[in-house]
Design a protein around this ligand. Structure first.
Ligand SMILES: [Zn+2]
Length: 157
């Protein structure tokens, strides 16, 4: 089982990047931190936050719940801290999770998506995935490759 995350709304940009790598990541966008803690405990998720108060909670100090205090307010630095701290694999499972809603993607045949993607994409791509929740269609196009490459380069550099 891979590591799973819950991202506090003060570091929201991390959610998309973790999903790009293929890590199951829930975005928490509500006022009450207790709900975030409860979800993290129930689902075994690592908390990513800039809120020092969360780090002082007993579930965190006792080690029952793993939480990482994000030091920088710059998204690039934040990414770097998480990847380096947990030794994450930038190419863990790219192209498996919906970037919008964190749902696992399902493979689709070319025929199944013919009417759903632009003609150019249909002609040039061979692998397609669909999010069963929001019905967004993904393909292994240049966008995805560029994002993964950028991550790998970023971590090496
Ligand atoms: Zn979706």
């Amino acid at each position: 089982m891979g590591i799973k995350f819950i991202v506090d709304n003060n570091v929201g940009k991390l959610a998309k990047w973790l999903r790009i790598m293929g890590y199951d990541t829930v975005f928490f966008n509500a006022e009450d931190d207790s709900n975030m803690i409860a979800t993290a405990l129930a689902e075994g998720r690592v908390v990513l936050t800039r809120d020092t108060q969360i780090m002082k909670r007993r579930v965190v100090t006792s080690g029952q719940l793993k939480a990482i205090l994000i030091e920088s307010d710059k998204p690039e630095q934040q990414k770097h801290q998480v990847i380096a701290t947990l030794n994450l694999d930038c190419q863990y499972r790219p192209f498996t999770i919906c970037l919008e809603c964190n749902h696992p993607l399902l493979e689709k045949s070319k025929q199944q998506v013919e009417d759903l993607v632009p003609p150019y994409v249909f002609q040039t791509q061979s692998q397609f995935m669909e999010c069963p929740a929001c019905h967004r269609i993904y393909w292994r196009g240049t966008h995805w490759q560029a994002m993964t490459k950028k991550l790998v380069k970023f971590m090496k550099g």
